[in-house]
Ligand binder design. Structure first.
Ligand code: ADP
Ligand code: MG
Length: 220
């Protein structure tokens, strides 16, 4: 279970204190799919970065299965991120000159796995993300939608139970957005907890979404 308690995020500069998030309280149960909507600048990426433990809040708690991640040392909070969180955005870098399957190696190589285990994990992530048929192809030869499916495969290759997607369909056409939504549906049926920020109307028509929140000027 993910629980945010009174989360505030203040960005400070020389002359200014800016509240990017104000008193956010949110509980997401295992296996739920939650959508966070809001215009650009409303605080979506900041919120998702805090849930992923990429960024620390100024105050408040992020409890994961009852443990406050904010109070952990950097080593332990990055262990939470590495083991349990898959983060999907448009801006993640792929190695253009490597194949789809070789782009999935980085998250696996730091673990103590046999070659066979690596292959099994890659194959299963590539199938889930609907890109297994292109696994030998170089990234530079893929379409935008296929690149994004590779990003999804890489995000789930370590089998995280929490999947965070920051405006995942912002650069996709309708066909690829619908493929993405099918992938999310499959991940939900695998009992993943999924948090998506978006302003894509397509998500509103999906019955597998448990809840939709609106965020405005850092308030939910
Ligand atoms: P969204 O993802 O909804 O577009 P963000 O979470 O990226 O919104 O940003 C929320 C607000 O916080 C914006 O006004 C943005 O300019 C500000 N902000 C985000 N990151 C920083 C930062 N590192 N320093 C200062 N202000 C920031
Ligand atoms: Mg954003």
């Amino acid at each position: 279970m993910i629980q945010l308690i009174d989360i505030n995020k203040i960005f400070t500069s020389k002359s200014d204190r800016f509240y990017a998030l104000k008193n956010i309280n949110l509980t997401i149960k295992k296996g739920e799919v939650v959508v966070i909507k809001g215009v650009s600048g409303s605080g979506k990426s900041t919120l998702l970065s805090i849930i992923a433990s990429i960024m620390k809040p100024t105050s408040g708690e992020l409890n994961i299965d009852g443990e406050n991640i904010v109070s952990l040392s950097d080593i332990h909070s990055s262990e939470y991120r590495r083991k349990r969180v898959g983060f999907i955005t448009q801006s993640f870098y792929l190695f253009d000159e490597l194949s789809v399957e070789d782009n999935l190696l980085a998250p696996l190589i730091i673990r103590d796995l046999t070659m066979q285990e690596i292959d099994e994990k890659r194959e299963s992530a590539l199938s889930l993300a609907n890109i297994v048929h292109k696994k030998k192809q170089k990234i530079s030869t893929l379409s935008g939608g296929e690149k994004q499916r590779t990003i999804i495969a890489r995000a789930i290759v370590n089998n995280p139970d929490i999947i965070i997607c920051d405006e995942p369909t912002a650069n996709l056409d309708k066909e690829n957005s619908l493929i993405f939504i099918q992938t999310i549906k499959r991940l939900k049926s695998n009992d993943k907890t999924i948090i998506i920020s978006t302003h894509d109307q397509l998500f509103e028509e999906q019955d597998f979404i448990d809840r939709v929140y609106q965020i405005k000027d850092g308030e939910m």
